[in-house]
Every structure is written in C-alpha cells, then in structure tokens.
Design a protein around this ligand. Structure first.
Ligand SMILES: NC(=O)c1ccc[n+]([C@@H]2O[C@H](COP(=O)([O-])OP(=O)(O)OC[C@H]3O[C@@H](n4cnc5c(N)ncnc54)[C@H](OP(=O)(O)O)[C@@H]3O)[C@@H](O)[C@H]2O)c1
Length: 327
C-alpha cells in the first residue's frame, strides 16, 4: 500500500463531520490532528473519529501533529484569513468553498497560492457526484454535449430566517453558496467564452433573479436561471445527440433515450455511504498530498476564482436595475 497521508483539520463544524466520515472510507488517509476556534468542539470530533491530537491553533497543529496536508473547513467569513495563514506552511491545502465573498478576495488567494507555490483544491463537492460522472459518460457514448441547463434557485428567505449566517455572508450569498451551481456550468460545459446575463434585485442588493445564456469552449450552449424568491430546488439537464440526462434533485439522475425510454442513474457504491461527492473529493485530495495529479475534476484556487468571476458577471447585471426590481 502507498504511504499513509497525514492530514490536519482546521474547523470542527457540520462540514468537518462530513469530511471526517468520508476520510474513513479513503484507503491510506489518516487524520493526525484537529484544531478549531472552540477547543471543546475539536475535542468532541477527536473522540468520535479517533484523532490523536487536538491543538489550540494552526501553529500548534503543525508542531504537534506534523501533517502532510491541511483541510480548511472553517466558517465562510473565516475561510480567507485561515487559508492565507495555512498557505505559509507550504503544505497542500483543501479549502472549503467559497474562497471569499468577492472575486477580489478569491483572486488574492489564488495569487498568493501561485506566489508561494502552494498546491490547493477547493471543495465544490458536486464535481464529484458519481451520478454526474455517469451522466457525462451517457452523453459521451452518444456524441458531444450539445446543451446544458442549470437551475440554481437559492432559498434565501429560509437562510435569512434560520439566522445562522452573518450579514456579510447573506449579502454575498451569490458567492457564498450560489457558486455551487454556477461552478457546475464550468464543470459540465468547460470555460465560458461568451455570456449574456440579465438580473433583478427585488430584495437582495447583489441580485435574487438571474437569467444567463452562454457558449462554452466545448461548443455546448448553456442556460442558467435562478429565482431565489420562488421555491424550486436545483436542476441540471444535459442535452446530447439523441439523449437527454436530467438531475432533479442533483443526487438522482435519469436519462432518456431517442425512443423516449427512461433509465435511472444510481450513485456508485463508494459514493453511497457518505455525503455525495465527499469520498471521491477526499480521495483526490489525498493524491494531491502524495504529490500525484488529483485529476479532473479537481479544481485549485485559480479554478475556483474563475467560478467567482462567472458569478460576478451575473451579479454585475443588476447594476442596470433599480433596487426593488421592476423595469
Ligand atoms: N460543500 C458543501 O456542500 C458545504 C456544505 C456546508 C458548508 N460548506 C462550507 O464549509 C465551511 C464550514 O461550514 P459549516 O457548515 O461546517 O460551518 P460551522 O458548522 O459553523 O463550522 C465552522 C467551524 O469553523 C470554526 N472556525 C470558525 N472560524 C475559525 C477560525 N478563525 N479558526 C479556527 N476555526 C474556526 C468554527 O468554530 P466555532 O465552533 O467556535 O464557531 C466551527 O467549528 C463553510 O465555508 C461552508 O461554506 C460546504
């Protein structure tokens, strides 16, 4: 077996639990230490997952646990500062999304990683959904991807009502969370070479309704729509040569053949026990830590910045609109 990969974790919240569960299924991955702002939470996760070292902070984690790679799993508003500090270690980093609340922040992180030569991977886990990979294969068996439709409705009212997110995160929600579905445009379609966007800001200053059409360098045509004030859920439709693949919810796929027959796409065995995509994502990060190529669809800070720029193109369209929506 290849050498064990020694991982250190920063952050002990909800998503840390999901990553630690997934790592239990990755051969050769060993979590050697954890640090978080509230030590008691790190201690609870250490007990639950058998992590040998709890440190007070990143410096302590480096000294006491001697990891080969770090997982930065802190709250949205802390991601930038903790990632910047972690880059000084020179270790490969897995950084949860979003890489900031503005494209300026994500650009700065990408620039710094380039300057320091830090290898990174950003946690847009939907890239690792096994059902998406199977859906792409179904399309490829029939020819090229012709079209791509993504509905990325956000439940902004429910998020505001839950009261868990600070104002800055709510204000930047298009970057904080809508980038999950905006990133899928690039995952499925490739880079966008032409885009036209319309947007309204009925309540949210950066927009709460988005309609965009685009052309990808792959040759596919894309559409993105998001109506944050209307119940909807996320949806992806891939149009191929004599075949259509649909995901709604994103975790379940169905493809329709030229005769109109529908075929289900089931998640892979390795994806099933965990939060979808997390097992494949952590396996890729362990390859990165070993110095191997994590392979497509791993995305570093520079790639995640391109997703942030795409979100910026969409929100820029509200500049033409008055607050409160309307014409
Ligand atoms: N990929 C996905 O599907 C997905 C889903 C959910 C969340 N996420 C991302 O995962 C990240 C964490 O979300 P979450 O839901 O786990 O949040 P959470 O439950 O609030 O946990 C965040 C953890 O980070 C700790 N923390 C905050 N600032 C810190 C700092 N400066 N230094 C050390 N630790 C710090 C918090 O400490 P305290 O306990 O003291 O608050 C808490 O333990 C966010 O960036 C979010 O965008 C991704």
């Amino acid at each position: 077996m290849k050498d064990a990969v020694r991982l250190g974790v920063v952050g002990a919240g909800n998503i840390a639990v999901k990553h630690l569960e997934a790592l239990q299924g990755v051969a050769g991955a060993s979590v050697v230490g954890i640090a978080s702002r509230t030590r008691a939470k790190a201690e609870a996760l250490a007990d639950r997952f058998g992590i040998p070292c709890v440190a007070d902070d990143l410096d302590g984690l480096m000294r006491e646990a001697r990891p080969d790679g770090l997982l930065i799993l802190v709250s949205v508003s802390s991601i930038g500062a903790v990632a910047r500090q972690a880059m000084q270690t020179g270790l490969p980093l897995f950084i949860e999304k979003p890489t900031g609340l503005s494209p300026e922040e994500s650009a700065e992180l990408a620039r710094l990683a380039g300057e320091l030569g830090v290898r990174s991977m950003v946690g847009y886990n939907r890239r690792y959904y096994s059902v998406f990979h199977e859906g792409i294969e179904v399309i490829r068996r029939h020819g090229p991807l012709l079209g791509l439709l993504i509905e990325g409705h956000e439940r902004i009212d429910a998020v505001r009502a839950a009261g868990r997110q600070p104002d800055a995160v709510l204000h930047g929600w298009i970057y904080a969370n809508a980038t999950h579905t905006i990133d899928l445009l690039r995952f499925f379609g490739g880079e966008v070479d032409e885009i036209h966007c319309l947007a309204h800001r009925r309540r949210e200053p950066l927009g709460d309704q988005f309609a965009a059409i685009m052309n990808f360098d792959s040759g596919a045509l894309g559409e993105y729509s998001a109506h944050w004030l209307s119940p909807g859920g996320w949806r992806v439709v891939l149009s191929g040569q004599g075949v259509t693949v649909e995901f709604k919810p994103l975790e379940a796929g169905v493809w329709t053949d030229a005769k109109g027959q529908r075929h289900e796409i089931a998640p892979s065995e390795s994806d099933q026990p965990f939060k979808p995509g997390f097992h494949g994502q952590m396996a890729a990060f362990c390859r990165l830590v070993r110095g191997e190529d994590p392979g497509w669809p791993a995305q570093d800070l520079a790639g995640a910045h391109r997703t942030m720029q795409l979100a910026a193109r969409m929100t820029a369209a509200v500049a033409d609109r008055p607050e409160g929506g309307g014409k």
